[in-house]
Write a protein that binds this ligand. Structure first.
Ligand SMILES: O=C(CO)COP(=O)(O)O
Length: 251
């Protein structure tokens, strides 16, 4: 059985002081990780205090991006090796904001996935179509192509462990959630793609999140769908009470 995983993506919000405050507010109120895994992915400048403050709690930690090289003359980048040394569990890669504003390609994302695995950090690989692509009813081929490119060269064992986040761009930060059925439909397609590329067992193991205006009011319905194993949450993950309501959706 797949363990549900709800991850906050703080994007460019929160400083180290606010991070400590947030973690102290949620510590002790998070679900048992065997029931629901709770993750906060924070800006690189907050990761050290995030990890330190989360120690001994049920909170898992994540970065929002990393480079595919571990060391060298790459000004401004984050090393997957150092993330591992810091004990960071996850790293989001291929978010639509990284693809759009920072021109990340499918090849970059595939290289990042490989570098993260080589350094013991689990990738959360994002995919998702624009409004234009959805209006042209081309969302399925778009997302399947993104998944194929991102997973290229990864082993079945690696794919079993990673997390895929389906985030339709038109639903991010817009208050417009994909309906639970629309989200389920694409998450199912992603699982079938993994089955075609690997095998049934890998497809059954890979965890697939939906992201895009997930909030306490809609999390239960989304999580009731068979192929949705979690949420990747922006805005609603910034407030401790709202984050707690999301991760404790089973109560
Ligand atoms: O991009 C997202 C998470 O990665 C979704 O953001 P919102 O939850 O703010 O729509």
């Amino acid at each position: 059985m797949r363990t549900p995983i709800i991850a906050g993506n703080w994007k460019l919000h929160m400083n180290p002081e606010q991070t400590v405050e947030f973690v102290n507010a949620v510590k002790g109120k998070l679900p048992d990780p065997s029931k629901v895994e709770s993750v906060i992915a924070a800006p690189a400048v907050d990761l050290y205090v995030l990890k330190k403050t989360a120690e001994g709690s049920n909170l898992h930690t994540g970065a929002e991006n990393a480079y595919f090289e571990v060391e060298g003359a790459f000004t401004g980048e984050t090393s997957p090796k150092v993330l591992n040394e810091m004990g960071i569990d996850y790293c989001i890669i291929g978010h639509s904001e990284r693809r759009g504003y920072f021109h990340e390609t499918d090849e970059d994302i595939n290289n990042k996935a490989k570098a993260l695995f080589a350094n013991g950090v689990t990738p959360i690989i994002c995919c998702g179509e624009s409004l234009e692509t959805r209006e042209a009813n081309k969302q399925e081929e778009w997302v399947v192509a993104q998944i194929k490119a991102a997973l290229d060269g990864l082993t079945a064992e690696q794919v079993s462990k990673l997390v895929i986040a389906y985030e339709p761009i038109w639903a991010i930060g817009t208050g417009k959630t994909a309906s639970a059925d629309q989200a389920e439909e694409m998450c199912k397609t992603i699982r079938e793609t993994v089955k075609d590329l690997y095998n049934e067992e890998t497809a059954e193991n890979v965890r697939i999140q939906y992201g895009g205006s997930v909030k306490p009011a809609n999390v239960k319905e989304l999580m009731s769908k068979p192929d949705i194993d979690g949420g990747l949450v922006g805005g609603a993950s910034l407030d401790p009470e709202s984050f707690l309501a999301l991760v404790n959706y089973q109560d």
